[in-house]
Design a protein around this ligand. Structure first.
Ligand SMILES: [Zn+2]
Length: 346
């Protein structure tokens, strides 16, 4: 090998390298190419191994040529690298672009269950008259659920309130929210204005109009000089707020062991307006709750002197109120947690 052979090989390597650098398609390929040509075990080094066979005076010339070639290849690699990195950066910016003007994904908001929504509305209306919400336990004892409400163990009215018994100690799933009256009277001193919403239970075969679980809202007012007129005025205001101001209302005689006298409170049928339809059994009226003056015996069980204090109480089925508001025909829908039903209430 002589000087011209080596010079030719170096020049061939330079041209090949320049072509390859220009053709490198990404930074990784360029880095590999740089290693292949200029690396410690690269092709430029291996060509220069032939330098030992040259005459001593030729060696510096080859060294100089090789150095020039190295510098030009390095320059080409650096330039190509800059171009490729800019291209890759632009590509990433394009691929990872975030359109800050895109509208956000809407957060799915739930809605109140129609029963809770109805309870909230009832509580809001009575709240305007100073009634405060209390809660009683769903597992009650026989004494508060029945006996202190003037329903003795052998009282025939118990047939109306057959329930599920929890154990032999006389605990049961409460059949109404009325035991809350006793709890509030033990807890507060008059004047009392309490609203007691909650879940109740009956031993009942379930169908479209009967449920073994249902909700009631109980109301209790106790003060000196409370009268039936106060009760009637309050309930009329409630009916106006709930069903509109033009609805007629009426009291009918009713019976509950824990109130005396007792009444059923009717509102003019909200379907037919009073002319009579299947929804109101052609009577033109719908019963929305039961009420009455608190029986003196119940006041006594509540620790209050019936000579000094009088009170009234009322209780309504929340499903019935919700049915009338939303025209729901089947009680079971409230308990089935079917979103196709629940999503209709916003
Ligand atoms: Zn009607």
């Amino acid at each position: 090998m002589d000087l011209s052979d080596l010079t030719r090989d170096l020049d061939a390597l330079r041209r090949e390298a320049m072509t390859a650098v220009a053709a490198a398609s990404d930074v990784a390929a360029l880095t590999a190419l740089e290693q292949d040509i200029l690396g410690k075990k690269g092709r430029l080094t291996s060509v220069l191994r032939g330098i030992g066979a040259l005459a001593p005076e030729d060696r510096p010339k080859v060294g100089s040529i090789a150095n020039t070639i190295r510098i030009s290849i390095e320059g080409a690699i650096a330039e190509r690298g800059t171009t490729l990195r800019q291209g890759e950066l632009a590509g990433r910016l394009r691929d990872e672009a975030i359109d800050v003007t895109t509208p956000g994904r809407p957060i799915r908001r739930g809605t109140l269950h129609p029963i809770n929504e109805t309870i909230a509305e009832i509580a809001e209306i009575f709240g305007r008259f100073g009634f405060v919400v209390y809660e009683g336990p769903e597992v009650e004892d026989d004494v508060r659920n029945f006996q202190m409400l003037n329903i003795a163990p052998d009282h025939p009215a118990r047939d109306l309130w057959d329930t599920l018994y929890v154990d032999v100690e006389g605990h049961l799933l409460r059949t109404h929210t009325s035991p809350g009256q006793i709890r509030v009277m033990h807890q507060e001193r008059p004047p009392i204005r309490a609203l007691l919403p909650g879940r109740c239970f009956r031993y009942e075969a379930v169908d479209a109009s009967h449920a073994s679980e249902f909700f009631q809202v109980e109301g209790l007012m106790v003060d000196e000089g409370t009268t039936m007129g106060d009760l009637k005025g309050l309930l009329e205001e409630f009916a106006k707020a709930m069903y509109g101001g033009d609805k007629r209302t009426r009291f009918r005689p009713g019976y509950y062991p824990f109130t005396e006298p007792s009444v059923a409170f009717d509102v003019e049928c909200i379907v037919c307006g009073g002319s009579g339809c299947p929804a109101c059994s052609r009577s033109g009226w719908m019963t929305i709750l039961g009420a009455g003056m608190v029986h003196p015996v119940v006041l006594q069980y509540g620790g209050l002197d019936p000579e000094r204090y009088q009170g009234f109480a009322f209780g309504m089925g929340v499903e019935r109120i919700a049915n009338l508001r939303h025209r729901v025909g089947d009680l079971r829908l409230y308990m089935e947690n079917d979103l196709r039903f629940l999503e209709q209430f916003t």
